[in-house]
Design a protein around this ligand. Structure first.
Ligand code: PLP
Length: 394
């Protein structure tokens, strides 16, 4: 029998140490691993024998969370890296070479945008951005040399949804070799499983919900075993070197044990906050996939198992008053990042998405007055009270 999500998030990847039998995972704080003989060392390097060699090539703590993520995403194999950007660069450097084309959605995490537009293009990769919420744009922009299709859903920071099943089937009909890559950071596998919807690779900033406690920078990816092995043994080993430390991997494993109950509360709080904001006349617009007013609410119900913990909104106020509102908040913390126990609030145009020019922001339909809130795990009434006090001051 296939175990349920909660059981897998806790038990998958348990490390057995006969004779000691620790319940919690020990931290394998070692850079290298001893061989019994030169013959064994040679066999490990040639792949004839399984086993650890050196932590850049694999470590029990990083392998454990890779296994856990794969089990939760419905993927064959998973891997961990030192940051979300480490995961994105490792997967794309493994996939692309000069002359290839990358087609990506136009609303991306700011540093992903910068890596695509200012990084990959330096090395002869052709990059096109298009609005994937209109599937016709995806059809139109696919080329003979397209090797990867990349997007987030919901997008950071404007919470636009992209039909994962539709994009994957169009890309694969065009060329079955295309890697459809989805950044699933905002949803986690508890709310959305892109691989089960036809995507080839799923990527996470594990810094966010997978860890959930705001004390780690980490990234992960999962997909088909042969591709993830290539990402590990070439992309990570030789190209990026974005290796996660054993202690960070241990913290992710600890955080993932409570992923489902945290996500349920994040969703519940975000819905209450979104409804409150929508009812306040000082708020011009609220974007939350769980609201009937979200233009893709039906798609959210179809491809997500909950609407997430992120809420974006704009005020009926000047730029100065919007800043005054954010500055006046007490419980909601002014900080980038998301997915933590604490409610975090930020201004994307000048912070997480300052890598976009004003023109690029407009083109991607990211309003310069947009405020992004990551609903924490506090009492919803307390968060709403804080927002209410802030709105009274403008
Ligand atoms: C934060 C974030 C990233 C980058 O992850 P890091 O762990 O900060 O490197 C990538 N994608 C999304 C959607 C993010 O929110």
């Amino acid at each position: 029998m296939k175990q349920g999500f909660a059981t897998r998030q806790i038990h998958t990847g348990h490390i057995h140490m006969p004779g000691i039998n620790p319940l919690a995972t020990p931290i394998f704080q070692t850079s290298t691993f001893e061989f019994d003989s030169t013959e064994q060392g040679a066999k490990r390097f040639s792949g004839e024998e399984q086993g650890y060699i050196y932590t850049r090539l694999g470590n029990p703590n990083s392998n454990q969370i890779g296994e856990k993520l794969a089990a939760l995403e419905g993927a064959e194999l998973g891997m961990a890296m030192s940051s979300g950007m480490g995961a994105i660069t490792t997967v794309l450097w493994t996939t692309l070479r000069a002359g290839d084309h990358l087609l990506a959605d136009d609303a991306l995490y700011g540093c992903t945008y910068s890596f695509f537009m200012h990084g990959l293009t330096r090395y002869g990769v052709e990059v096109t951005l298009a609005d994937f919420s209109n599937i016709e744009n995806v059809k139109r922009e696919l080329k003979a040399n397209t090797k990867a299709v990349y997007f987030e859903s919901p997008t950071n920071p404007n919470l636009k949804l992209i039909d994962i099943e539709a994009v994957a089937s169009i890309a694969h009909a065009h060329n079955p070799e295309i890697k459809v890559i989805v950044d699933n950071t905002f949803c986690t596998p508890f709310l959305q499983r892109p691989v089960e919807l036809g995507a080839d690779v799923v990527i996470h900033s594990a810094t966010k919900y997978l860890n959930g406690h705001g004390d780690v920078i980490a990234g992960m990816a999962a997909g088909k075993a042969d591709f993830i092995t290539e990402c590990t043994m070439f992309g990570l080993k030789d190209m990026t070197g974005a290796v996660i430390g054993p202690f960070e991997a241990y913290l992710i494993s600890r955080g993932m044990k409570t992923l489902d109950i945290r996500m349920e509360k994040h969703c519940k709080n975000a819905m209450a906050i979104a409804k409150y904001l929508e009812s306040n006349s000082k708020v011009k617009r609220v974007i939350y996939p769980g609201l009937e007013s979200h233009p893709q609410h039906e798609l959210a119900k179809k491809q997500m198992h909950g609407f997430g913990g992120m809420v974006s909104f704009e005020l009926n106020a000047s730029r100065e008053d919007s800043a005054k509102f954010i500055n006046s908040l007490d419980l909601c913390t002014l900080a980038v990042s998301l997915g933590d126990a604490e409610t975090l609030i930020e201004h994307p145009a000048t912070m997480t998405h300052s890598t976009y020019t004003p023109e690029a922001l407009a083109e991607a339909n990211i309003s310069e007055s947009l405020i992004r809130l990551s609903a924490g795990l506090e009492e919803a009434e307390d968060i709403i009270h804080d927002l209410e006090e802030g709105l009274k001051r403008i």
